[in-house]
Every structure is written in structure tokens, then in C-alpha cells.
Design a protein around this ligand. Structure first.
Ligand SMILES: [Ca+2]
Length: 485
């Protein structure tokens, strides 16, 4: 059974029933009586997020080019998911998916700086948890759509620190020491780095952490998938050619790319050190016993794979995000899971699952709580990631990740259809879509995308002057893009 087929086949509304008791659950927001964390069975939740960090940019993932002792510490205390994906590889849309439970094409937040529709803005994750009795605090980058939370209290959160990495840990520590003791809490620590790699690539100062220059011999080598694969989607090179400020790597030499990778990994290390301060406070209060700690990033970065920098493309380095879940009591500590999880639309159902709070209707994401609690469970179903290049020419596309394969479809260009074996070719160098023997696999994945598009209606955005829907949310047009030959 696929990821969404169960719901469709059963004719139920697209909301996943809660697996846990929901004595406190109410879509109308009836708050339970306040009780100390743990005594009502509801854990505290700490969400730590970086910006633009690929899943492979951690030493616990086996990367020898950097050292991330604090992310490794999280992995040692929890479950590290190796097949975790964002909903959309761009900041605003990715974060909007986390906090609303809707895919960007469903909510209309299909690009940065686009505000949530009013009807959704009143019903985001912070509001839901606050209504159900959690004390909610937020520190750092928000970007749905303002860069910091818009006010001292916003979207259900106390705003304890605005955008900017310096001081986030200190604000979180102050909060953890002074928080109310009569109710569980939901704390978000949202860092900007390693996003400063964008400034580095443009030759600018890196505002949130300094990068020391390195001798070329001390820089990491090029990745094994540095080459652009023979059957890569050529629309990506076109998009890259249109905006030198976004893609200053267009004229990079191999040495430039090694410097880029050095800076990227050093920026990850800088944010790792900041995260360590929060973990020290979790240690000193022994919050591990009754707290779910989740670590992830809003999307990744090309990091030189296929000579790509930045995000937006559907390469693994861009869409595969770190995801570590530490369960109360460090259950399943130090394990690795291959389950398919999404830190976008699955985040709201997951947090609501732990908080015994009902998920509002219409959200199709699936809680990853049971995947964390049952790590031996094999990967199943599929995940869809959307993207568009509204910052350049407006191309768009999707990927479907199933347990063994990854299918990619862009709307135009040569080799717009891609298929990769994720067990044997995670570096995406051999496009199986051009090989006849994978025809059945290709057809299967086209069918998954078709099913997903049919079951996820897009929002109605303002029509264009010619009366047509904007292409990125026109589902009828999307369905016609799936090849039939
Ligand atoms: Ca981002």
C-alpha cells in the first residue's frame, strides 16, 4: 500500500488518525488543565533546525571532511533517519510546510517572502500546541514569511530571540531555566548557518560565522559525483546560467569548489558548536528523560555535487536533510533508520502525535513517531518533494522517493525525466529512465506521481492576465506533463 493510497481507498478525508490517545485532542482548541511535563504523559518538544544543511554534512553520517560532535551526540541519543526529505528545497516554502502541514502548492507559499493566507496563518503548529496547553517559545530564523517572528508573541510562540545565530543558544538556555513548571513546553531553536555559504560563494563576508581561509591542500577533495551526469536534466544548467548572483559558481575551477566545500563544512561546524550549548543545558536538567528532541534542516545545498551550489534542484545533496529524533528516555538511542520521513508536511502530524493534539483536517502528512519508536520497520510508501525556479526562469518539477528508487520530473528540457537506484547510486550518476530494462519501475513511479497530484489539489492563486492559472499550481497542466509514451 502506498503512502496515501490507504486514505484514498478508504474514502476518508486526508487526515491521518492519531495513533495515540487523544484525551486532550480538539480541533477547536480546548486546552487541558496544566500539569507538570510528564505527569500527563505528554513530553516536552525541542526542535533544533539549521538552514541549508545536507544530511551528509555530519560526521555521524560518515563524512570525514568535517567534525560535528554535537550532531553526533544527538545521533548517539536518538534515531538518525538517512532517508529524510524536505517538502520543498527552498527556505520559505519548506518552513511553511513544517508549520502548516500543507505542501507549498496546496498553501500557495510557492516562493520566499510569500505570506501565508489569513485562513492558514491563524492555524499553524505553534497555535495548535499553545491551545492544547503547551508553553511555546521560538528563537532564530522564522521566514514564514518574515525573517523573524513578527512580534513578541506570534503564531502561538513567545518570540525569545529574532533571526541571527549569535545569542540563540543563550536565549534558549534562559528560557529552559525560567520556563513555567506547570505545563510541557515546545521550544524551537532555528539557526541560519550553514546558509552563509551563499555569501561566501559571492565573495562576501559571512555574517553569522567567520570562515578562515585554508590552503588548497587542506581543503576537502571534490565529491565522487562532481561531474554533471551524461543524462542529467539540462534545464538545471539553463536556470543556473540566468542568475550569477545566485550561482556565482558558474565560472568555478576545481580549486574554487574545494574552497567552497571547505567553507561549507566549517560553517556546519560553527553551528554545531552553538547547538552544543543547548545540549549541555538539556544534559544539566536531564531533559532527555521527558523530552522529544528533533534535529533537522530546512533543505540542503549542492555542496559541489554535479557542480551545483545553492538549493532548488532536486539532487540528493539539496533535498536529503539531516533528521535525528531523540525519544524520551533515549529510547532506541544510537540507531539508524531507513524509513522515508519528511520534515515538511510530516512535522505537524508528528508533533501533534507526541502532544496528543488532533491534526486539523486536510493535512496529508504522516507522523514519524511510530517510525522512531519502531526502528526495525523497513521503508515503505513514498514521499513527494516539489520545486520551482521562480527565482530564475520559472521551471518546476517534483521528485518521488520510494524505498529503492528516486524519480524526478521537470516540466521542460532534455532528460527532464530521471530515475535513480538509491541503494546503489545515491550520487545519481546513472539515469535509469533511459534504460529499457527499468521501464516497469519508471511506469510505477509515474503512477505514484499521478496519484499524488490527483489527491493533492493545488490552491487557487491569482490568475494571470490571460486567465490561466499560474503554472506552478495548475494541477491539470501538471498531470499532462507526465509522459505517456
Ligand atoms: Ca533555507
Amino acid at each position: 500500500m502506498d503512502r496515501y493510497g490507504l486514505i484514498v481507498a478508504a474514502g476518508l478525508p486526508a487526515v491521518i488518525p492519531m495513533a495515540t490517545g487523544s484525551a486532550f485532542a480538539s480541533d477547536g482548541g480546548n486546552a487541558p488543565a496544566h500539569r507538570p511535563a510528564g505527569s500527563d504523559g505528554r513530553p516536552n518538544i525541542i526542535y533544533i533546525m539549521t538552514d541549508q544543511q545536507w544530511a551528509g554534512a555530519m560526521s555521524c553520517a560518515g563524512n570525514p571532511d568535517l567534525s560535528t560532535p554535537n550532531m553526533d551526540r544527538l545521533a548517539g541519543n536518538g534515531i538518525r533517519f538517512t532517508n529524510a526529505y524536505c517538502s520543498f528545497p527552498l527556505s520559505g516554502p519548506s518552513r511553511a510546510a513544517m508549520f502548516t502541514g500543507y505542501m507549498p502548492s496546496e498553501s500557495g507559499v510557492v516562493e520566499n517572502e510569500k505570506p501565508l493566507p489569513d485562513s492558514l496563518a491563524a492555524r499553524t503548529l505553534g497555535t495548535l500546541l499553545a491551545e492544547s496547553g503547551y508553553d511555546c517559545a521560538y528563537a532564530g530564523k522564522w521566514h514564514v514569511n518574515t525573517i523573524s517572528l513578527p512580534g513578541k508573541e506570534a503564531f502561538g510562540f513567545h518570540n525569545i530571540k529574532g533571526n541571527g545565530d549569535a545569542g540563540i543558544a543563550e536565549a534558549c538556555i534562559d528560557y529552559l531555566r525560567g520556563r513555567p513548571d506547570d505545563r510541557p513546553f515546545f521550544l524551537v531553536a532555528s539557526y541560519t548557518n550553514p546558509h552563509n555559504i551563499c555569501e561566501f560563494a559571492r565573495g562576501q563576508n559571512t555574517p553569522h560565522a567567520k570562515v578562515e581561509p585554508a590552503g588548497i591542500g587542506d581543503c576537502p577533495n571534490l565529491p565522487a559525483n562532481f561531474a554533471v551526469a551524461p543524462y542529467d536534466a539540462d534545464i538545471l544548467r539553463y536556470e543556473k546560467s540566468l542568475n550569477y548572483s545566485l550561482y556565482p559558481t558558474a565560472s568555478y575551477t576545481p580549486d574554487d569548489w574545494r574552497q567552497y566545500r571547505n567553507a561549507y563544512f566549517r560553517l556546519v561546524e560553527a553551528v554545531d558548536a552553538e547547538i552544543g550549548k543547548i545540549l549541555d543545558e538539556i544534559d544539566s536538567q536531564d531533559l532527555w528523560r521527558n523530552t522529544v528532541v528533533i534535529f533537522t534542516s530546512d533543505h540542503g545545498d549542492g555542496a559541489g555535487a554535479h557542480q551545483w551550489n545553492q538549493k532548488t534542484a532536486l539532487y540528493e545533496e539539496v533535498v536529503n536533510v539531516p533528521m535525528i529524533v531523540c525519544l524520551p528516555g533515549k529510547r532506541n538511542a544510537g540507531t539508524v533508520s531507513e524509513a522515508l520521513v519528511c520534515n515538511g508536511v510530516d512535522f505537524m502530524p508528528s508533533v501533534c502525535d507526541w502532544a496528543c493534539t488532533a491534526v486539523p483536517a486536510g493535512r496529508s502528512g504522516r507522523s514519524f513517531r511510530s517510525a522512531a519508536e519502531n526502528v526495525e520497520r523497513p521503508a515503505e510508501g513514498y514521499i513527494v518533494v516539489e520545486t520551482n525556479f521562480l527565482q530564475t526562469s520559472g521551471s518546476f518539477g517534483w521528485m518521488v522517493r520510494s524505498p529503492k528508487y528516486k524519480y524526478v520530473l521537470y516540466d521542460k528540457g532534455r532528460n527532464r525525466e530521471q530515475l535513480f537506484d538509491m541503494e546503489n547510486d545515491r550520487g545519481e550518476m546513472r539515469n535509469l529512465a533511459v534504460e529499457k530494462k527499468y521501464r516497469d519501475v519508471l511506469l510505477e513511479h509515474r503512477a505514484m506521481l499521478r496519484e499524488w497530484l490527483e489527491t493533492h489539489p493545488a490552491t487557487t492563486l491569482k490568475k494571470r492576465p490571460d486567465g490561466l492559472n499560474p503554472p506552478v499550481t495548475d494541477r491539470a497542466r501538471h498531470l499532462r506533463l507526465i509522459p505517456e509514451y
